[in-house]
Every structure is written in C-alpha cells, then in structure tokens.
Design a protein around this ligand. Structure first.
Ligand SMILES: *Cc1c(COP(=O)(O)O)cnc(C)c1O
Length: 495
C-alpha cells in the first residue's frame, strides 16, 4: 500500500483510501486528496481492448490501493451490470464533429449513476475493512441528480440510511418526482426552503458538528457523504474519461498518444476534476473546458483569479449546475497552492467570511490546463434546437451548456483537437425545457405528454426510469427551513 489521502486543510491528516471514503469529509472541513497521483501501469492500447469494468479496475486499483483485487472487482461487477441499459455503459455518439460521451445510461438517467452505482459497495467494503460497527448515515445535498442516484444506490443497503436534502423550488418536475417516489425503508427525502448552496452548506455544517458526532456515535451512527466531496465519487468518474479515450483509439478515430479536449458542464467541479485527475494519470488531454451556465462564478474565476460568490443565484434550465460554491474547486486550489493546507485553509476561510478569495498570479499560472466559458439561457436553447434540426440528435439542457461553450472555445482559439463532450443527463430528465427549446408550442402539454412527444421526435425509447415514475405514489413529502436541517436529521435518527 502506498497511496494515502490528505486533507486540504490540515497537513497532519493522513488516511487510507477506504478511510477517506468512510469519512467523506475530513474532520477539519477539508476534502481528501491523493498525496500523489499514480500513473497508468498499462498502455492505452492495452486499455483499449478492455471492457468498461476492466478499465474501471485498472484505474481504481491505482487510486484505491488498500482494496484487494477481489474486493474491487466485486464492487465493480455489482455496479456496472444490467442497471445500465447498454453493455457499453458509456457510449460515444458523434454529432457535428464532436463526440458526446453519454453518461446517462444508468438507473436514474444522469451521470451521477456512474459513481453512485458503485459508491455504496465501496462504502460497505470500507466499513468492513475498518471494522466499523456503526450504522452509516449518508447525508446528501442535491441540486437534483445526486439525490435520486444516491437514493437508488443506497435504498435497502444493509447497515446504511440515506437522507437527501434538495431545494424545494430548485429542481425539475421530473427530478422531484423521481426523488419523492423513492422506495426503501432506509430512505428519507426533504425539500428545503432554500437553494442548493444552502443545502450543501447545511450538510457540511452538520458534518462538522463535533457535539452531534459524539451523540451519534453513542447511538451507533456515523455520517458519510454521497456528494462529490467523497473521493469514492470522484475516483469512479475518472474511469469514463479513460474509457472514452480508449474507445476512440479502438475505433481508429485517434492515434495512440494523440491529445483530445474534454468539455464538461460544471457545477460542483467534481466531474471536470475527475478529467483533470485522468490527465494526471497519463491520459493525453489537451484542454479541460469548463462550461458554466448563467451562474458563471467559475468562468469569472478562470478569467480573473478571483472567486466571488457574492452575486444573485440564477435559477436556470440546467438546475444541476445552479451552484455558486463549487466544492471540488478546493482540491484544485490546494494543489496550485503547492499542496499547502495552510494557504488553502486561509482562502477557504475568506470564502466563508467574505464570500470570496483571490489566488496569486503564480497559482493562476498553473491553471493553464483549463479554459472556462459560459452559456446564456437563450444560447443554450438555440444549441438544442440547432443540433436537433441539423442532426436529429436531442441533448439535455446541461449537455447543451457544454456544447455551446465548446462552440465558443473553437471560435476563440481555432483549436481543432478532437473533443469529447460529457453528456451528463438524458433529455428525458429535463423534457419540458428541452422540448420548449425545440418549439415553444410544446409548453401547453403536460410533463408526460412531453415525454411521449420526445420519444417521437428523437427516436430514442422512453427510459425505464421515466416509465417507473409515471404512476408511482409520492412517498416523501417532508419540508423544512434551512436552519432546521440539523433537527430534521436528529428526528429521523431518534436522537
Ligand atoms: C451534477 C450535474 C452536473 C455538474 O457536475 P459537477 O460534478 O457538480 O460539476 C452537470 N450536469 C448534470 C446533469 C448533473 O447532474
């Protein structure tokens, strides 16, 4: 074993991968980061002959090296099975010269399934390895997609309970329906009267509550996280970038060693950070293109070096990216600060206290792998419509942010490097916004009429996840104020 994880806020913390997965967040409020990033021990050609599960093993064994081969392979086999509606798991679709990496073929039709199908297995395995007796309480804030994917992953998993907080008025009707119809005796779903940042901040606060931790422990509980702050989320996300590259290689679309760009529609900065880690592991990536919606705090950050969340929170048609505090950026900040927990902790303190921080020119110079831009609501709708009319391919509102930003990138830089666009959700998850973009006449129809209409125009079968909620009864209707989140958790746990 040679891989350890450190906290971004305290140099004295050093844990194994399984311990980092169990804890989710470090006790000092920092995130766990790999001490150093291992490089592939197989060639890209070798990887290009492997299945998704086999590639997953090759990547994850390097990052989670205190798991045995048997443990990891068992987790992988349980995760990437018939829950996915294609054996490719993450197919590539070429349209308008770019490769859309469809990450939405799992059970809840958003890319969160890629990691949340495996996280429960990694977590249970980690608990066993570390002789944990407590029941594990997964506490999750969601901007819409993580919630359902985590609920689906953890429902009825022995030794766990899952509590999901979502912004009551900040998710799509289908996202909400998916969550509130969730089955499983160990699942709890609560709509908060606030936005995603409120939910995420509230959850982090509960994690950091030392008193509560003691009370929990004596009652036989401990918290963990299913958000992308958990390294057990991030590591499985590295896999599909490697998989996409090696499929392009296998299909003769690129030569071995040829660089590609990756465009990622970004909210909490988890998905794009996984692409950055893939690059560090040796995947030939040229630019990491960070696409934002009108909540363009990351675009401004890449422009100026100042991160400033003091601005209006915009509710957009890509709600899973309506985020002003991108948690995972902290992992990048720590790194460009020369892996300095002190420097990072100082910037995060500034973010907490003033809502902003500024990095030094030396730190900013290390961000040259990244390009940031954003898409307005109007541009986004236009991209969905144009792509559909030109090619017949229908993309969702988040993927459209990426496609729009990719076009801006090409216009800006004239870079013609082959490019993979992370397609993060099925259009069926955001049917109303997608259909309205194609033609405003659709707005008169009900949500499920729109689903049927989308099937007709796209020639893509309605996914099972949507069929499942057509008639499913609502099982969760709890709501609370932001300042009542902790009490809600205590009530659920009977504390
Ligand atoms: C969560 C999500 C994103 C943002 O991903 P991050 O890892 O938070 O940056 C983008 N699109 C969809 C559909 C999502 O569910």
């Amino acid at each position: 074993m040679s891989m350890f994880y450190r906290s971004t806020r305290d140099d004295n913390v050093k844990v194994t991968a399984s311990q980092a997965i169990l804890k989710g967040l470090a006790s000092d409020g920092g995130l766990f980061v790999p001490e150093n990033i291992p490089t592939f021990d197989k060639s890209l050609e070798e990887l290009s002959k492997m299945s998704y599960g086999e590639v997953a093993y090759e990547v994850m064994k390097l990052m989670l090296d205190d798991f045995t081969e048997e443990e990891l392979k068992d987790c992988i086999a349980k995760a990437y099975d018939s829950k996915f509606d294609t054996t490719e798991i993450a197919p590539l679709v070429k349209a308008e010269g770019a490769y859309f990496l469809e990450l939405f073929h799992g059970s809840t039709i958003a890319f969160k399934d890629m990691a949340l199908s495996i996280l429960p297995h990694l977590l249970i395995t980690s608990a066993k390895k570390n002789h944990v007796q407590n029941e594990i309480v997964i506490l999750t804030a969601t901007s819409g997609d993580t919630g359902k994917a985590a609920l689906a992953g953890f429902a009825d998993v022995k030794g766990t309970r899952i509590i999901v907080f979502y912004p009551k008025n900040g998710v799509s009707p289908i996202q909400e329906k998916q969550m509130v119809t969730q089955k499983g005796d160990n699942t709890y779903v609560i709509g908060i009267h606030g936005n995603f940042d409120d939910a995420q901040t509230g959850v982090k606060k509960i994690f950091g509550d030392k008193e509560l931790e003691k009370v929990m422990n004596s009652a036989g509980f401990q918290f963990s996280s299913a958000n992308s702050i958990n390294i057990g989320r991030l590591v499985p996300q590295i896999v599909y970038y490697v998989y996409a590259y090696t499929r392009l290689l296998a299909n003769g679309e690129i030569q071995a060693g040829e660089k590609i760009n990756a465009v990622v529609p970004t909210g909490n900065f988890g998905n794009i950070l996984a692409a950055f880690y893939a690059k560090n592991m040796g995947l030939p990536i040229n630019k990491l293109i960070c696409a934002s919606n009108e909540n363009k705090v990351l675009y401004d950050f890449f422009q100026t070096g100042e991160y400033d969340r003091n601005r209006d929170f915009v509710l957009t048609t890509s709600p899973s990216m309506d985020i002003l505090i991108s948690s995972n950026l902290e992992r990048l900040i720590y790194r460009v600060a020369g892996n300095s927990a002190d420097k990072n902790a100082e910037l995060m303190k500034s973010l907490r206290e003033t809502g902003k921080y500024e990095i030094t020119p030396e730190m900013k110079a290390q961000l040259s792998d990244f390009y940031g831009n954003y898409a307005t609501e109007a541009e986004n709708a236009e991209t969905i419509k144009r792509l559909y009319e030109d090619t017949g391919y229908v993309i969702d509102t988040h993927t459209s942010v990426a496609a729009t930003v990719y076009n801006k990138y090409k216009a800006d830089t004239k870079d013609e490097t082959k490019t993979v666009i992370a397609s993060t959700a099925s259009p069926y998850k955001f049917t109303r916004s997608v259909m309205n973009s194609i033609d405003p006449k659709y707005d008169a129809m009900s949500d499920f009429e729109l689903v049927d209409e989308l099937e007709k125009i796209s020639n893509v079968k309605v996914p099972q996840a949507i069929e499942d909620i057509r008639t499913a009864p609502v099982l969760h209707d709890t709501q609370c104020e932001v300042n009542e989140m902790c009490d809600s958790v205590k009530k659920i746990l009977g504390l």
